[in-house]
Design a binder for this molecule. Structure first.
Ligand SMILES: NC(=O)c1ccc[n+]([C@@H]2O[C@H](COP(=O)([O-])OP(=O)(O)OC[C@H]3O[C@@H](n4cnc5c(N)ncnc54)[C@H](OP(=O)(O)O)[C@@H]3O)[C@@H](O)[C@H]2O)c1
Length: 253
């Protein structure tokens, strides 16, 4: 099926790391894009209450949900309850396609945020609107965003964790491809070009920033540590493989 042209696409979380890249990619392909978020100047919405959704979604063909909350108190309300409110509003507005965003391997790592993502996937995949689910690995931006403030404290505490980081802009490209096609009722996995240990990524970050931050290996006990060491958040066979390595991404900033 050919990609659809001239769509009106709402990007929930369209001011965030992934959402802003998705909005830019879709605009570049000639679609009409509405950026939805609490602080959006044009389409302020709050997914925890549903406020603003009816007006923001009227006339939309597709919704990409790139909203996020990692706060232990707000993640469930924003992502799981928020998805229910968003899908109900989409159904009322006649939206034909909901593109959800999730995480490669999230069902394999027993931490609260990943459980929330699994619950959000279930809400979308059993919901009233035709759906596609794009699962991505961790963004280069996330790793850099964790390492930078730690470096200001002089220490990088580093558990052993195999990651396959990917540039958010490459995930956005894959999300836009999915948004332009009819609902898959299935998943697409997007992953970075190489699997690397967090400790090696931190050394790359240190070199790129000529930082003297002290890397400190720390143990991560239990099921979470085992899963991360075993590469539960990586995939050997992604549907889409990004090409920009973490080192290249750091060099290009
Ligand atoms: N970061 C990663 O490494 C990574 C990897 C794989 C998958 N993902 C997935 O990608 C998606 C986007 O993540 P991200 O890191 O790009 O997020 P992000 O940068 O934290 O952006 C979150 C967005 O959600 C909006 N938002 C938060 N609470 C809201 C609410 N109550 N109502 C409406 N909008 C709200 C924020 O805008 P306002 O503050 O203006 O509301 C912002 O636009 C998530 O599903 C995440 O699980 C992320």
């Amino acid at each position: 099926m050919d990609a659809q042209r001239n769509l009106t696409v709402a990007v929930a979380g369209g001011t965030g790391t992934l959402g802003s890249a998705v909005a830019e990619e879709l605009r570049g392909r000639g679609h009409r894009v509405r950026v939805l978020s609490r602080h959006s100047p044009d389409h302020p919405v709050d997914l925890t209450t549903g406020q603003g959704l009816a007006g923001a979604l009227a006339g939309c063909d597709v919704v990409v949900d790139a909203s996020n909350s990692t706060s232990p108190k707000k993640a469930r309300t924003t992502l799981v309850d928020g998805s229910r409110l968003l899908l109900a509003a989409e159904e009322r507005a006649g939206v034909g396609h909901h593109v959800g965003i999730s995480i490669v391997g999230c069902e394999k790592v027993p931490i609260g945020y990943y459980r929330t993502k699994v619950a959000q996937e279930r809400v979308v995949e059993s919901g009233p609107v035709g759906w596609s689910m794009v699962r991505a690995t961790q963004f280069h931006e996330l790793v850099a965003g964790v390492l930078a403030p730690l470096a200001r404290c002089g220490v990088h505490p580093l558990p052993k964790a195999r990651l396959q980081t990917v540039a958010a802009v490459e995930v956005a490209h894959a999300v836009a491809d999915v948004a332009e096609r009819p609902a898959l009722r299935g998943r697409v996995e997007v992953a970075g070009p190489e699997i690397a240990d967090l400790r090696d990524l931190a050394l790359q970050w240190r070199a790129a920033h000529r930082s003297r931050v002290l890397p400190v290996p720390v143990p991560l006990p239990g099921a979470v540590g085992r899963a991360l060491r075993a590469g539960a958040l990586t995939t050997g066979r992604p549907d889409v493989r990004g090409t920009t390595t973490f080192a290249q991404w750091l060099a290009g900033r």
